[in-house]
Design a protein around this ligand. Structure first.
Ligand SMILES: Nc1nc2c(ncn2[C@@H]2O[C@H](COP(=O)(O)OP(=O)(O)OP(=O)(O)O)[C@@H](O)[C@H]2O)c(=O)[nH]1
Ligand SMILES: [K+]
Ligand SMILES: [Mg+2]
Length: 508
């Protein structure tokens, strides 16, 4: 199986530089302006795409192409592109006209597909910038307009952002699904449900005295609220699979000193990221590498080896190891198989018990109790090159006794057993994140989790007020619905909008 290193940073925007060129000033009527930006990547490339969105898009296309009429909507047309003010020819390229509302943003949009050299793209951008009513777009402004014109809900916007940033196949699948609106549809259906319940309760409040409302309306609402509570709880109990897949699965290498943890990290990321040496206690700081393992994004951490020590710095290193273990989604316990084998044959099972105790510590629950099960753990028995085949056999048999642990023998030195280890790792990642295409869509952001939790709290308060004060109970249903609305953006929340759209590049 192949693994790839992932880029550490996200897409850099060149907004600052372009803003300086165009001397943009703040404008309160910004949404009335037509925005433009380079939407393809920056730097030299074969073809670059420049987009505009807003009321003067069509006029801009006519000015730059010198055409009398707009081309057919959504049809590619070859055209010369000139600077309308200097009259200078800039390029021959393809132009597209998307009249609103049938466009990405819902407004009139155009696209110019030009040769990707910096002189051409800068020329076209400058020509656009000199036309009245056109302004350089801010990061995420195209998507923001799509959201404001109800082309996308917030979960779809987040899906689109994740798709642009997706580095592995599993991330891409999850993002595509969210962008297609499945998560939003789920929350909308819950919201509709709540609206119906609320209508029933309000009808009861207003009309029950006139006997116009059927018996049992309230108990039906009670049942429906309980059902929804269960659905939301089930949705929240997903071991954070969607969020993990989005932000990377935390895999921590831990174990005694000199077991070969740093060697394993280096082998997996195919570069000498961590220092390897025969001196016990070499690693002190946590060393991280971002990897794509079988399509799953992994943040792999190498940690300081665990042993008794008087050295202050090493003790601090071990404190960091434990902190990292607390956050781990999956622990790889690395051990020196030769050493373990020697201890096994020289003792009457005592050392085995010690090792089991040490492993149990590693896979214990994290302190916040947010995960209900102990973390999965793989026992990587390293340095198998130093072991006789009979000793290997004996070690594997002994490992079978520890039910919690999946063990495999490997050697960082010879590469033996590495394939098997990686396959075991991938199986674990699959189990943790699932196939993003199968089953109900997962929530992918802490933001979703927070609103869903608040929604659940409001529903619990509904039951609390139900027999005391029906008006207050109805208010709780309204609060619950408002929390669902905040996830999809149906309920305004300007502060979070800005945070979400800032994650986009200029031109998206
Ligand atoms: N024979 C053999 N030696 C190995 C293997 N893997 C690592 N080593 C050696 O074991 C020693 C310790 O390796 P490290 O990777 O530094 O071990 P570590 O667990 O990171 O050690 P600390 O950071 O000190 O906790 C080095 O001399 C490595 O060359 C292996 O598969 N076979
Ligand atoms: K070492
Ligand atoms: Mg090390």
């Amino acid at each position: 199986m192949c693994i790839h290193a992932l880029s550490a940073g996200r897409c850099l925007s060149v907004g600052g530089a372009l803003c300086r060129i165009f001397q943009r000033t703040y404008c309160p009527d910004r949404h009335r302006h037509t925005i433009f930006a380079l939407s393809s990547g920056h730097g030299k490339c074969g073809v670059a795409v420049i987009r505009t969105s807003g009321p003067v898009s069509g006029a801009a296309l006519l000015r730059l192409t010198g055409r009398k009429e707009l081309p057919q909507p959504r049809r590619i047309t070859l055209s010369k592109i000139t600077d309308p003010i200097s009259g200078e020819s800039l390029d021959r390229g393809l132009v597209l006209w998307f009249p609103g509302p049938q466009s990405f943003t819902g407004e009139d949009c155009t696209e110019f597909h030009v040769h990707g050299g910096p002189a051409v793209t800068t020329g076209v951008l400058q020509a656009l910038g000199r036309l009245p009513g056109l302004q350089l777009a801010e990061a995420g402004e195209f998507t923001k307009r799509a959201f404001q014109n109800k082309k996308l809900d917030l979960t779809e916007v987040e899906g689109l952002g994740d798709l642009i940033h997706a580095e592995t196949e599993a991330q891409r699948r999850q993002a595509l699904r969210q962008m297609a609106g499945e998560l939003g549809q789920l929350y909308n259906s819950w919201s509709q449900n709540l609206l119906r319940m609320l209508a029933h309760v309000e009808a009861y409040i207003d009309f029950s005295e006139d006997d116009n409302v059927e018996e049992g309306v309230l108990s039906q609402v009670d049942v429906a609220v309980k059902l929804l509570q269960n659905q939301i709880k089930l949705h929240l109990q997903d071991s954070r699979r969607g969020e993990r897949l989005r932000s990377g699965i935390q895999v921590v290498l831990a174990g005694p000193t000199n077991a070969g943890k740093s060697s394993l990290l280096n082998t997996m990321c195919q570069r000498p990221a961590a220092i390897v040496s025969p001196v016990a206690g070499t690693t002190r700081d946590v060393v991280e590498a971002a990897l794509n393992i079988g399509g799953y994004p992994v943040v792999l951490s190498d940690t300081a080896g665990l042993r008794e020590t008087e050295d202050n710095i090493e003790q601090e290193g071990m404190r960091r190891t434990r902190e990292r273990l607390d956050q781990a989604d999956l622990v790889v316990a690395v051990m020196d198989s030769a050493e373990l084998s020697r201890e096994l044959s020289s003792s009457d099972g005592g050392s085995w018990n010690i090792m089991q105790g040490c492993l149990k510590n590693m896979i214990a629950l994290p302190s916040d109790n947010s995960m209900l099960q102990p973390r999965p753990c793989i026992l990587a028995l390293n340095k198998v090159d130093l072991l006789e085949p009979t000793a290997q056999e004996r070690l594997l048999v002994a490992c079978k006794d520890t039910e919690l642990i999946q063990a495999c023998l490997l050697s960082c030195r010879t590469g033996e057993g590495l394939e098997g280890f990686l396959n075991l790792l991938k199986e674990n990642l699959e189990n943790m994140c699932g196939n993003p295409l199968v089953g109900a869509p997962s929530l992918t952001q802490t933001r979703h989790r927070l609103h869903l939790t608040s929604c659940l709290e409001a529903l619990a308060r509904y039951h609390h007020y139900r027999d005391q004060d029906l008006v207050l109970a109805a208010e709780e249903l309204r609060t619950a619905q408002r929390h669902l609305g905040k996830i999809t953006g149906k309920v305004g929340a300007e502060e979070i909008l800005d945070i979400i759209f800032q994650d986009f590049c200029i031109g998206k």
